[in-house]
Write a protein that binds this ligand. Structure first.
Ligand SMILES: *Cc1c(COP(=O)(O)O)cnc(C)c1O
Length: 404
């Protein structure tokens, strides 16, 4: 086989499908409200409606200070796996703080949400186990599931009947095994879905899983910090306690990393057997120190959450005053910071995103395969840092871009 021709073929196909992706270096200003991109020789300035920095913490002065202090006290690198000498004091304290804050026995920190999700599935799933995941679950979950030795079923998005039917069928299949007691079901969903901004019906899902004896896992990447009492996320809002909770720090925390929250026996299982934990450098102590400060800010962050809620309400009110149907686009029913505008075709979504950009508004077109076919969209995200005038500019730009 010629590697070159295969690579070329895949890239060509990517272009043909209007799925070709590019990355551009950015700089930010005004606490992330503004992004600057290099456009040839010139630097272009945009209002940023594409970040996951829901509370604006990525540029928070208290966190910048904590980062500096953490680096000074503990260094910028952990210099090893947590199983050797990389388990720094601030990382230990962060895990204790997270467990306490979210009401679990233990938290295990990973360098990213992607790694954390993969680690959970790699650790738990053996042959003949079944993973039953919402079909819109994040790539990190679905990919790990597909490559696991277990069987994967994707239930209809947020559909309890579909979930129950897979749980029942899963249990029936386990019964037929020689040693059913050695095999199990793992149900997986997100608290807030990253591309639609909708909540999963967590309370009812938890009951179904309990009835079926399935482990229940919730990835709350987009809920943690943003909703629930003291920012404790979707599980607090729904008043549930899943067996496995994954929270990530790249969104509302404004930093990076992730944690898996579990009971004591599971935590021990992770420490004994989780290879991405054992064979990877522990997160920098300065980062752990800053994350701990971020938990404090988030817990006391009602003012930030209220500002975000005001921005969401204002945006929805302004968009509702437009006749979107005439342009054949739909505003998704979402009460969260994720406010997608469904365009349909990838090419049209790209064109509209470009028109928005030419008016100084940065919104990103999200296309299949990240989202289902024919549901290319502009994924608008609002943050606590946006001003009313920013949202006015966004809505005015939509009118212009869609009206042409
Ligand atoms: C962003 C995201 C992840 C990945 O987290 P990272 O820390 O960015 O690797 C996992 N799950 C969901 C739902 C996400 O949105």
């Amino acid at each position: 086989m010629s590697w070159n021709s295969r690579i070329e073929r895949h890239i060509l196909q990517r272009r043909k499908d209007d799925q070709y992706r590019t990355r551009r270096a950015t700089k930010t200003r005004e606490g992330g409200r503004i992004i600057l991109l290099q456009n040839g020789e010139q630097e272009a300035r945009y209002l940023n409606f594409s970040s996951n920095d829901y509370l604006g913490l990525s540029h928070d002065l208290r966190l910048i200070h904590a980062w500096q202090e953490g680096a000074r006290k503990y260094g910028v690198g952990s210099a090893g796996s947590g199983h050797i000498t990389g388990y720094s004091e601030p990382l230990f304290e962060l895990e204790e703080r997270l467990a306490d804050w979210l009401g679990y026995d233990a938290a295990i920190v990973y360098p990213s949400g992607f790694t954390a999700n993969q680690a959970v599935i790699k650790l738990l799933i053996e042959q003949n186990d079944r993973i039953i995941a919402d079909r819109l679950s994040h790539a990190s979950l679905l990919e790990a599931a597909i490559y696991s030795p277990g069987r994967v079923h994707r239930f209809k998005h947020n559909d309890l009947t579909s979930l129950k039917s897979y749980l029942d069928r899963g249990n029936a299949a386990l019964e037929k095994l020689e040693t059913p007691e050695n095999h199990g079901l793992l149900a997986v969903t997100e608290g807030v879905f990253s591309m639609d901004g909708d909540f999963a019906p967590l309370k009812k899902m938890e009951s179904l899983c309990q009835e079926a004896g399935a482990l229940f896992m919730v990835d709350d990447a987009h809920g943690i910090g943003v909703c629930g009492e003291g920012g404790r996320g979707s599980i607090n809002l729904a008043q549930i306690k899943p067996d496995i909770l994954v929270v990530t720090f790249g969104k509302a925390f404004g930093l990076s990393g992730a944690a898996v929250l579990v009971n004591e026996p599971l935590a021990d299982y992770f420490v004994q057997f989780s290879r991405p934990l054992i064979y990877s450098t522990a997160i920098p102590p300065a980062l752990a120190y800053t994350l701990k400060e971020a938990v404090d800010l988030i817990e006391k962050g009602d003012n930030l959450r209220n500002r975000l809620a005001d921005n969401i309400a204002y945006y929805r009110q302004e968009m509702a005053s437009l006749d979107l149907a005439q342009w054949n686009v739909t505003l998704v029913e979402s009460t969260t910071a994720i406010q997608p505008l469904i365009i349909g075709e990838s090419q049209r979504a790209l064109e509209i995103a470009e028109k928005m950009q030419s008016q100084g508004i940065w919104v990103t077109a999200i296309r299949p395969p990240t989202v289902p076919p024919n549901s290319a969209r502009l994924r608008i995200t609002l943050t606590a840092k946006h001003q009313q005038e920013d949202i006015d500019a966004l809505v005015a730009a939509f009118k212009e871009a869609l009206g042409e």
